[in-house]
Structures are given as structure tokens and as C-alpha cells.
Design a protein around this ligand. Structure first.
Ligand code: NAP
Length: 307
């Protein structure tokens, strides 16, 4: 049997532990069965945290992958940490519970571990602004916890002001703010704010410009070719991607890298056997250009556009 990796955990305000590495599942396109296969490989190699969303249109396959591994006896449901997200067109308080129930039906699960408000913006199904206050949405999220449909709730893509307002007015505080963080977009201000509130910042698109998926940023991606970073990777016998993930983990930030490639699914988990020095952390940090891979330009102009 191949190696199974163990992953450190972080404590959430809702008094549960979340594995520091989750398996991201968003893809612009996928072959039939590809999500299911990737989730199965991920669980086999040791991922216990899986990140999906209703908008990814993959909850059925992600749920199949999870349930197949539970049926095989490889894991139990309570060993897994599953996150899904509420889409922008279901922000009305009365819609939130219904939307999570639909996600659970697609996932074929009784509950999720974390339910996130995917974006602070609200729209109708045509993408037009409905200007629903995310505090209204949050009441629906809290109801999901009361009903036992999710163990915890959080947000994604909230800016500092939005997060503070939510935190100050919530009955149940958010466990996490899932946001883009990577070596070229280090987000110190937001990470510091989260830490003050004990809200966990979760890094999406953690590979940033190192990822091969981002050819549109050629010219900005010196981090892919820089010889100093190459030498650092060589020193630890790791890849640049592993150095990027390790940098985030050492800042105390959980990461959710996505891959459909079996070897990379393993590579992205294999980062707990080395430690970057302070100087090496600074080298990784020196590639910061405050550049967002996910600016969500399509939401610009909506009332609660966060960036
Ligand atoms: N909340 C939000 O609004 C939001 C937004 C974006 C993403 N997310 C979540 O965060 C997850 C991760 O973000 P992401 O998918 O945008 O970006 P990412 O995980 O940083 O990068 C994924 C891309 O990098 C490639 N890759 C994976 N491992 C690699 C490695 N070791 N070396 C080189 N390339 C590698 C993958 O290719 P292959 O698949 O071909 O291996 C894939 O194309 C998503 O899947 C999703 O779950 C959330």
C-alpha cells in the first residue's frame, strides 16, 4: 500500500478541528468522472478535508467519491471535513436552508462540516444585483447550524469591513474567511485581522502564479523561474509548489490546492517533513506583487463587491 500522509489541524471557533490542507475541487472544465476520481485519490493518500461549492456543479461527483471511500471502509464520515458554499442567487434568508438541503442531496450526505457564504454580493439568477444584506443571509446560515445541516458556518471573499461588521453582529461567529492568499498575494492585513478575531483565513488559489493553470499572467510569474527559489526547492528536494504551500502553512494558514493529477495530489500533501527558515520565508514573501488571480471582475458594480 502507498504512503498515507497525516496533516496537522487548526482549531475553529465552533470548537472543532479542521485539517490544514483541504482538497480543492473547482475546475473550469472536467471530463465525466474526473472529480469523483480525484476525490477518491485524495482520500486514499490522506486528505480528510474537501472543498466544494454549489456553483462548481460537481457536488454529485464529489459526494460519490466521498461515499465510495466510506463504503469501502477507508474512512468514516466523522473523519472527514466537508465544506460547501451558498451561491449568490440564494442569499434571501428563507432560501439559505433550502439551498443547503439541495447541496446535501447532491452530495448524498446528512450534514456538511462547514457551509460558507461564497461571496458577499447577492444577485438574481440573471446576475442582476438584489442588494440583499449579508447579515440577512447570515441569519439563514445560523438556522442551518440550529437544524444540524452543518456543523459550522463561515464566509468567503469578505473584505475587512464586511468581516468586522459580520463578526460584531453575528450570533454564531464565522469559523473562516476563505480568500485568495499565495506568495504573490500575501494578504497580511486580512490575515492579521482574522487572527485578532480567531477567524481562520483559508487560502484558496494557494499556488497562485506558480500554478500551470495561469498562462494569462506570463510576465508577472517570475516566481516560476527565479533561480533563488529554484535553489531553495532543490535544497529541500521539493517543488516550487510545495515551497509555496509550506510558506502558507508556516504562517498558520490552511490551504486548499486543487489537482486532477495523481502525483500532484500527493505532492501537495507532502509538505510536513521540512521547515523554512525565517530568511527563506522572507525570500518567498519577496515575490509578493499584491496581484489577485481571482478579481471577480464580473461582480464589479454590485453593491457588496468586496475588492
Ligand atoms: N471561495 C472562492 O471564491 C474560491 C475561488 C477560487 C478557488 N477556490 C477553491 O480553492 C481551490 C484551489 O484554488 P484554484 O483551483 O483556483 O488554484 P490552485 O489550487 O492554486 O491551482 C490549481 C491549478 O494548479 C495546478 N497544480 C496543482 N498542483 C500543482 C503542483 N504541485 N505543481 C504545479 N501545478 C499544480 C492544477 O493542475 P492539475 O489539476 O492539472 O494538476 C490546477 O490547474 C479551488 O479548487 C476551490 O476549491 C475558492
Amino acid at each position: 500500500m502507498s504512503k498515507v500522509y497525516r496533516v496537522n489541524t487548526v482549531n475553529l471557533l465552533s470548537k472543532r478541528e479542521m485539517p490544514m490542507i483541504g482538497f480543492g475541487t473547482y475546475a473550469r472544465k472536467a471530463e465525466p468522472g474526473q472529480y469523483r476520481q480525484a476525490v477518491e485519490w485524495a482520500i486514499e493518500i490522506g486528505y480528510r478535508h474537501i472543498d466544494t461549492a454549489s456553483s462548481y456543479n460537481n457536488e454529485v461527483e464529489v459526494g460519490e467519491g466521498i461515499n465510495n471511500k466510506i463504503k469501502e471502509g477507508l474512512v468514516t464520515r466523522d473523519q472527514l471535513f466537508v465544506t460547501t458554499k451558498l451561491w449568490n442567487d440564494r442569499h434571501a434568508e428563507t432560501e439559505v436552508v433550502a439551498s443547503l438541503k439541495e447541496s446535501l442531496a447532491r452530495l448524498n450526505l446528512d450534514y456538511v462540516d462547514l457551509y460558507l457564504v461564497h461571496w458577499p454580493v447577492s444577485t438574481n439568477s440573471k446576475g442582476e444585483d438584489t442588494e440583499i444584506d449579508y447579515m440577512e443571509t447570515w441569519r439563514g446560515m445560523e438556522k442551518c447550524v440550529e437544524l444540524g445541516l452543518t456543523k459550522g458556518i463561515g464566509v468567503s471573499n469578505f473584505n475587512e469591513d464586511q468581516l468586522i461588521r459580520l463578526y460584531e453582529n453575528a450570533t454564531i461567529p464565522p469559523d473562516v474567511n476563505q480568500i485568495e492568499i499565495n506568495p504573490t498575494f500575501v494578504q497580511h492585513k486580512m490575515v492579521d485581522l482574522c487572527k485578532q478575531m480567531s477567524v481562520i483565513p483559508v487560502a484558496y488559489t494557494p499556488l497562485g502564479l506558480i500554478s500551470e493553470a495561469r498562462p494569462e499572467f506570463i510576465g508577472k510569474d517570475v516566481i516560476k523561474t527565479d533561480p533563488g527559489l529554484g535553489a531553495l526547492a532543490q535544497k529541500y528536494e521539493k517543488t516550487r509548489a510545495q515551497i509555496a504551500l509550506r510558506y502558507l502553512i508556516q504562517r498558520g494558514i490552511p490551504v486548499i490546492p486543487k489537482s486532477f493529477t495523481k502525483s500532484r495530489i500527493e505532492e501537495n500533501l507532502n509538505i510536513f517533513d521540512f521547515e523554512l527558515t525565517t530568511g527563506e520565508m522572507a525570500l518567498v514573501e519577496s515575490f509578493n506583487i499584491d496581484h489577485r488571480c481571482v478579481p471577480a471582475n464580473g461582480f464589479k458594480g454590485l453593491k457588496n463587491y468586496p475588492f
